[in-house]
Design a protein around this ligand. Structure first.
Ligand code: 3PG
Ligand code: MG
Length: 399
């Protein structure tokens, strides 16, 4: 595989050239105020953007935010992101109020060397995510017209076969940005020959989202620790009562089968925190997993589970973690995620945190980011990479 890099492009010289950068600026927003609650993904693209600004390129940045349905939707505007990006980059960011329309055209045309534009949300255009090649291609043509070269630095979106990720690089000289390179370099250590024991911690709400990665990882890992909402479907598969906890009924049989085939590698919670309701102030208690009352729901793993998971993690030489252990956004149900995260930082291991939610949890809980080996900006992307899938955005850079 041969991927050209940002350094190759910089070596050619970019002064005065328009460089279209696909970034993943899909940051979490506060539902009430619309404020950016975690700017990690904006910070992650600064090395690439900074280098292009410094080299005198006319930098045109594009991204998606959220999942608008192919038409403008103000709650998903990248406007607030433009402001934050400008602050962090230390240069003003000229915001286009559409993606490929009049505003975008005049904003891009008005850029001087070393200036930066951000286009409005790519997904305000049906062509971005269309399954129809021609519709995607037509949108890609419009985007490609804004650049003389293309840089993909949107690691979080490389698993999407979208116009800005897959079709634009077919139309322009293309390179991988610093973030994409770093992510691939780190994740390839996990798919190569990870130092053992290799322990994976998975959480989050749905088994169905994680099924493919569980299947792919089982033969590779030494231990697979499962917490979060998805653990209840596994507990049910062991014949336990899970009350009103999250349950994917149609996955119970699959989980039973995975447990049978796992050769004892899968570790499940032994205790959980159960509550009367899904609310920050709900009455709650810790119970053993064989004592979950039928009217209560589990919202976190319990302290004995944290101790068991921590013991397994303390042995590890390589760790991958994706998905919170409980509803960490509510203080009463954050201890499991915090405990597991702390055990990861204490282990003498190379650790990778994958996923928007787990990365946000690390920062929201005030943990030291530098005590992890790598915090990936990709959720779905890092999981699909570990599954060994071909990622459209990476494949497009290889051609
Ligand atoms: C993410 O948040 O995982 C990426 O930005 C991709 O977003 P998507 O899942 O909506 O494609
Ligand atoms: Mg996602």
């Amino acid at each position: 595989m041969s991927i050209r890099t940002l350094d190759d492009l910089l070596a050619e010289g970019v002064s005065g050239r328009r460089v279209l950068v696909r970034a993943d600026l899909n940051v979490p927003l506060d539902k009430q105020t619309g404020a950016i609650t975690d700017d990690g993904r904006i910070r992650a693209v600064l090395p690439t953007l900074g280098a292009l600004v410094e080299a005198g390129a006319k930098v045109v940045v594009c991204s998606h935010l959220g999942r608008p349905k192919g038409a403008p939707d103000p709650q998903f505007s990248l406007g607030p992101v433009a402001g934050r990006l400008g602050e962090l980059l230390g240069v003003p960011v000229h915001f286009a109020t559409d993606t490929v329309g009049d505003s975008a055209r005049s904003t891009v045309a008005g850029l001087a060397d070393g200036q930066v534009a951000l286009l409005e949300n790519l997904r305000f255009n049906a062509g971005e995510t269309s399954k129809d090649e021609a519709e995607r291609g037509a949108f890609a043509d419009q985007l490609a017209a804004f650049g003389d070269a293309y840089v993909d630095d949107a690691f979080g979106a490389v698993h999407r076969k979208h116009a800005s990720v897959f079709d634009v690089p077919a139309r322009l000289p293309h390179v991988a940005g610093r973030l994409v390179l770093r992510e691939v370099e780190v994740l390839s250590k996990l798919t190569g020959e990870p130092e053992r024991p290799y322990v994976v911690v998975l959480g989050g709400s749905k088994v169905s989202d994680k099924l493919a990665v569980i299947e792919a990882l089982l033969p590779t890992v030494d231990r697979l620790l499962i917490g979060g909402g998805m653990c209840f479907t596994f507990l049910k598969a062991q014949g336990l009562e899970v009350g009103t906890s999250l349950l994917e009924k149609d996955m119970v049989e699959t989980c039973r089968n995975l447990l049978e085939r796992s050769g004892g590698k899968i570790m499940l919670p032994v205790d959980v925190v159960v509550a009367d309701a899904f609310a920050p102030d709900a009455a709650h208690d810790t119970v053993r997993v064989d004592g979950i009352p039928s009217h209560r729901l589990g919202l976190d793993v319990g302290p004995e589970t944290v101790a068991g998971f921590s013991a397994a993690l303390s042995q590890a030489k390589t760790i991958f973690w994706n998905g919170p252990m409980g509803v960490f956004e509510m203080a009463a149900f954050a201890a499991g995620t915090r405990g597991v995260a702390e055990a990861i930082t204490k282990a003498d291991a190379f650790s990778v945190v994958g996923g928007g939610d787990s990365a946000a949890a690390v920062r929201a809980l005030g943990l030291d980011e530098s005590s992890f080996g790598h915090i990936s900006t990709g959720g779905g992307a890092s999981l699909e990479y570990l599954e060994g899938k071909t990622l459209p955005g990476i494949a497009a850079l290889e051609n």
